[in-house]
Design a protein around this ligand. Structure first.
Ligand code: GDP
Length: 464
């Protein structure tokens, strides 16, 4: 039978405490405790109502005192197990946000029996107690880290169950087949087939389809989480820095009429329609005239290779069409969409460029200095990078751990399919199905190892 190992020597008998709000002084700070003794411990230092006799989800005004010394005036919130974030008894103490008060209260609670929480330990307990599956617990960390509408939306989707529910249903069906095949093994030499091979095949194809979409979504999910790397390149004086400023609406990059001023790269975040774009202003791509600039040129080429979008800017009055085409040819990288942006259209003398938009290269005329067509450019950047892939409904994976588990599931399922087409014995088939189940289970946390949990939760902040 398939073993669902959730063995974890992680202690949940004890009561943990940590500051839940950000470090430093603030109007109010929240200190959180979770564990069987949470209410009892606070009760021993609380001057006010008897906390042991209060109902869940109630607030109580009073004082925290160390013997006769009053430390602060506080409001205590009670959450009695299992109706709390961790499914344990949880107490939240809202105190005044002085680092001294916070430290004194936490120290006092530790003297009374609480232990300092490790990073992510509250969420770990929520996971161990079945409140969240593993991918949802990871979504909590993503939610805290989200810095744009799109990354927030994806984290919320995952927190609500997102793709893990879908995978769980398919996994349960696969478990059913695994059991039937194991039954066949019990019959040894007899030629019996309990598991209908056609049904098994169509289930695997269905799972593969779901996994394929999820794996594909990672590319988008990852750029949204990290910000879409967008390189702004062009010859010196084309107006890259001016454009960057126009896009960001401020004067951060140095603008200068001397060619080759932007020697190193400058990165800025531009939010378009809720997605963060990481704009990278590069050094000029003209033939390097000195060593420093040569390094800059190499950097431009490296940056383009790892970006999601190339915005090539040129001075419409300076560049011939042949030069434009050869520049773009030398900069373009396969699979990275390119925008050809004709700048300085405010100037009277114009060369006529008959550069038509194509699949791979889109063309737009702007004036960075006079801020003409900047909004159109923003929309073009968004549309080209996102390509209608972000509708708000789709499931997007952003986590490299999920990607790897999905890819391994795919490999195992491919082996099962191969085994069904070829004279492979049922025990090999059973083994490959088990492998697939193992990797699928890793995503939701049905199958976990201590290392995996340690790895995930140590990345959380303390107090979460
Ligand atoms: P970079 O070397 O590509 O970063 O170019 P800069 O942004 O430093 O611009 C070089 C020069 O071109 C500066 O004097 C800018 O004021 C000027 N410039 C940039 N964009 C425009 C534009 O749209 N119209 C005009 N007339 N001048 C521009």
């Amino acid at each position: 039978m398939i073993n669902e190992s959730t063995s974890t020597p992680i202690q949940t008998e004890d009561t943990i405490v940590a500051l839940a709000t950000a470090n430093g002084a603030g109007a109010i700070a929240v200190i959180r405790l979770s564990g069987p003794q949470a209410i009892q411990i606070v009760h021993t230092v609380f001057k006010g109502k008897n906390l042991l006799k209060q109902a869940s989800h109630t607030l109580h005004f009073g004082f925290i005192a160390d013997g006769e010394v009053v430390l602060d005036e506080v409001v205590v919130s009670l959450f009695i197990a299992p109706k709390s974030y961790t499914k344990e008894n949880v107490v939240e103490i809202s105190c005044h946000g002085s680092p001294y008060i916070i430290q004194s209260i936490i120290k006092l609670l530790m003297v009374k029996g609480a232990r300092a929480a490790k990073p992510g330990e509250f969420t770990l307990r929520a996971f161990l107690n079945g409140q969240l599956d593993l991918s949802q617990a990871e979504a909590v960390a993503d939610l805290i880290a989200s810095d744009s509408k799109a990354s927030h939306q994806i984290a919320m989707q995952q927190l609500r169950g997102g793709f893990s529910n879908q995978l769980q249903v398919l996994r349960d069906q696969l478990i059913h087949f695994a059991s039937l095949i194991e039954l066949e093994l019990d019959f040894g030499e007899e030629d019996v087939e309990f598991a209908n091979r056609d049904q098994l095949k169509s289930l695997i194809l269905e799972i593969n389809k779901v996994i394929f979409e999820l794996v594909r979504s990672f590319e988008l999910g990852n750029v949204i989480k990290q910000g879409v790397n967008t390189v702004i390149a062009g010859r010196p004086n084309a107006g890259k820095s001016t454009l960057l400023n126009a896009l960001l609406n401020e004067d951060r990059a140095i603008i200068s009429p001397i060619p080759g001023t932007t020697r190193d790269t400058i990165e800025e975040i531009l939010n378009i329609n809720g997605v963060n774009f990481r704009l990278i202003d590069t050094a000029g791509i003209r033939e390097a005239t000195d060593a420093i600039e040569a390094i800059g040129v190499q950097k431009t080429m490296d940056k383009i290779s790892t970006s999601a979008l190339l915005v090539y800017v040129f001075d419409v009055n300076e560049l011939s069409e042949a030069e434009l085409k050869s520049d773009i040819e030398s900069l373009q990288r396969p699979g990275i969409p390119t925008l050809a942006i004709a700048n300085k259209i405010d100037l009277p003398v114009k060369r006529s460029i008959t550069f038509g938009s194509s699949e791979a290269i889109k063309y737009l005329e702007i004036s960075a200095k006079e801020k003409q067509h900047i909004d159109e450019l923003k929309q073009l950047i968004y549309d080209t990078a996102i390509q209608g892939r972000l509708t708000g409904e789709e499931t997007v994976i952003t986590n490299i751990r999920h990607l790897e588990a999905l890819q391994r599931t795919q490999e195992s399922l491919e082996r099962v399919l191969y085994g069904m087409e070829n004279p492979v014995t049922s025990d090999f088939l059973a083994m490959d199905i088990k492998q697939a189940l193992y990797y699928l289970g890793e995503i939701t946390g049905t199958v976990t190892t201590d290392d995996l949990l340690e790895n995930i939760f140590s990345r959380f902040c303390i107090g979460k």
